[in-house]
Design a protein around this ligand. Structure first.
Ligand SMILES: [Zn+2]
Length: 657
């Protein structure tokens, strides 16, 4: 991720590597990802042939490409995450592994710059013939992002040179060429913006803009989609034949030992008739890939949620570089539509299983939450961009909800298991897995958590913005002078926050403090003195003064358990409520409530809930206790922490009265 000032943004983000996270809650999660998950994921990538595909492409191993046609992207995302770790930590073993992977990628590049192990090993004549379905540009985008991250971390140009060579081939193939060249899964656009920012070469910016502008302009979309779909089916069938021929010839080669290797086939086989119809219909009418309408005419979000999020990120990047007001207007409109009518209480999005995407307004059945982890990651990425563009607090509020709920639930506390789909109710079979055939979520999780320092601070001409209350040391530059913000935070277990300013020079500037929208009462002291002015929730509080070294701010955001009732327009949630505490959404897990059936209890709305910190439970959590209508005590835990004690019933939306 390349940072720096964008011409039309109100804020300039502070990169994660200038923010040292030292937080009671998040440091533990980052440590596990840095020390356990990154190696565990590498092991899984090796086991599932992601890395072998590069060995085959580089002709250093005999064999065929195995697995899904987009497998390369998962290794690239892992490389991006590993680069973030190496940027801030000296890990010799990880550095060694990264260099091995980079050499392998470099060797698998074709002479003209092309890299995609599925096509280069099996169908090199068919390169770039199916942009809608075959993810070559999606994989290329992740290669470029990994390369930028690695270069920023190490200043080594090896993988950056590989990515630039491929990017230049893509530019030669598509820039200012006739035809509606559109990537079916958005991602390359974001990478091209990053490459433009790093190299200042405008051709990357122009191509990203063309890919965005080309959406929704094809008059014969149905036929194009149909022919590309059939082309995909035929290509994949041919690939299968090649694989089985190879398997017969090479009996000693062990190919994927996991039992769930057919999980994608099972996914489609499991769809019911209506889900199947919706899947086919949304493909043909272009909504699945956000191709139904030009981007400047979009009225609401449609289709596959991860694709949509990446598109909105790309549109936000386009606004940041061009200042085109219409683009920003469209993005603001989409955001309101999502938040008001198409997003779960956790921040999760995507409620139709087949298309992994958006349903009609208020169709957010609590028992049908899809909420792919990658969609939460995409939502974070997009809201971070919207925040830098507008400086509007609502985007930072949503980032907080996403971080503590829809995103964090995606990984187990031991850092080794993941949810792809994040249910809001579990009937006794839902369980995180070590890995998936479609392994997009695990490396997306780790690259996000290892770069989450970027969500905490920004600067503007007026001063410093504090978006998230996460213990950290933020190294900032205000008016050319270094300012360090040292933050201590008790989040999410209570609302105490201390900020200390270290500065070599007294300076007059503003500090903007986010007052979270869930907070009913905020107490604030500056150098021990009580702040008397009114403080409103859901806004930034600006404090303009002459700040000097050692100044401190004490904040106390009241955190109380609440019972949030569902919007009555969501039919299935009527008479149901969710327990929340500060930014956290709570759930009931059967293991904590053995004496009652969590699906049948009724919670009276008006009651005093009890909050108790349990240091030995789930790495330390606040539990919330309450009483049911029949006077039994129930215990709830933070939603992110469920499914860490075996398979279990769980429910977020509880009946209430
Ligand atoms: Zn995913």
């Amino acid at each position: 991720m390349s940072y720096g000032k964008r011409p039309y943004n109100k804020l300039t983000p502070i990169p994660f590597y200038q923010v040292e996270i030292d937080d009671k809650f998040w440091s533990k999660r980052q440590k596990i990802n840095r020390e356990v998950s990154i190696y565990h994921q590498l092991k899984m990538l090796e086991k599932d042939h992601h890395i072998d595909n590069f060995r085959v492409a580089a002709a250093i191993k005999k064999g065929v490409h195995l697995g899904e046609f987009y497998f390369d992207s998962d290794l690239y995302k892992w490389l991006e995450a590993a680069s973030y770790i190496l940027h801030t930590h000296d890990h010799k073993e990880l550095s060694k592994q990264v260099n091995i992977i980079i050499k392998l990628i470099e060797k698998s590049q074709m002479k003209d710059g092309y890299i995609n192990t599925f096509y280069s090993t099996k169908f090199s004549q068919k390169r770039f013939t199916n942009l809608n379905y075959m993810h070559e540009l999606y994989c290329a985008g992740h290669l470029i992002q990994a390369a930028v991250a690695h270069y920023e971390a190490t200043h080594s140009k090896t993988i950056l040179n590989v990515a630039v060579k491929f990017a230049n081939l893509i530019v030669r193939m598509f820039l200012r060429r006739k035809g509606d060249f559109v990537p079916g899964h958005e991602e390359i656009e974001l990478a091209l913006f990053e490459l433009f920012r790093m190299t200042e070469d405008r051709k990357y910016l122009e191509l990203a803009k063309e890919f965005i502008d080309n959406r929704g302009i094809n008059k014969n979309l149905k036929w194009k989609i149909l022919s590309q779909y059939l082309n995909m089916v035929s290509t994949l069938n041919k690939a299968k034949k090649i694989n089985s021929k190879f398997k017969k010839e090479q009996l000693e080669v062990e190919i994927n030992k996991r039992n769930d290797f057919d999980e994608i086939e099972n996914f489609y086989a499991d769809l019911n008739l209506i889900e199947n119809i919706k899947f086919i219909y949304s493909n043909l009418n272009g909504t699945f890939q956000q191709l139904n309408i030009p981007v400047r005419e979009v009225l609401e979000p449609v289709g596959h949620a991860v694709r949509a999020m990446y598109l909105y990120c790309a549109m936000a990047d386009l606004y940041s570089e061009s200042g085109e007001e219409l683009i920003l207007k469209v993005l603001k409109r989409i955001w309101i539509k999502i938040v008001k009518a198409k997003m779960y209480i956790t921040g999760g999005i995507g409620s139709i299983k087949g298309i992994e995407g958006f349903e009609k307004d208020f169709k957010l059945k609590f028992n049908k939450s899809y909420s792919e982890t990658c969609a939460a990651v995409g939502n974070l990425m997009w809201n971070w961009r919207m925040l830098q563009i507008t400086a509007n607090c609502k985007y930072a509020d949503l980032i907080e909800i996403l971080l503590y709920n829809a995103f964090l639930v995606g990984q187990s506390l031991d850092g080794k298991r993941y949810f792809y789909i994040n249910p809001l109710i579990a009937i006794n079979k839902e369980n995180r897995k070590e890995w998936f055939l479609c392994a997009c979520c695990p490396p997306n999780f780790i690259r996000t958590i290892m770069s989450m320092g970027k969500y905490i601070y920004s600067i503007s001409e007026r001063g410093v913005w504090i978006h998230q209350y996460i213990g950290s040391k933020g190294n900032l530059i205000v008016d050319e002078y270094k300012v360090k913000i040292i933050q201590e935070s008790e989040f999410p277990w209570n609302g105490g926050v201390k900020l200390k300013i270290e500065s070599i020079k007294n300076q007059k500037f503003s500090i903007f403090l986010r007052i979270p929208n869930w907070c009913d009462e905020t107490k604030l002291r500056i150098n021990g003195e009580k702040f008397q002015n009114m403080i409103s929730a859901g806004r930034y509080l600006e404090i303009l003064r002459n700040w000097k070294d050692g100044d401190n701010i004490e904040l106390n955001f009241s955190m109380k358990p609440k019972l949030i009732e569902s919007d009555s327009r969501i039919k299935s949630n009527r008479n149901r409520g969710v327990i929340s505490y500060g930014p956290l959404i709570y759930c009931l897990e059967q293991i904590d409530n053995e004496h009652i059936d969590i699906f049948n209890l009724i919670i009276p709305k008006h009651q005093e809930f009890k909050v108790r910190y349990e240091p030995n439970l789930l790495d330390g959590v606040n539990t919330i206790e309450g009483t049911t209508l029949t006077d039994e005590t129930f215990t709830s835990i933070p939603y992110y922490a469920w499914n860490n004690r075996g398979i279990n019933k769980m429910q977020v939306w509880n009946k209430c009265i």
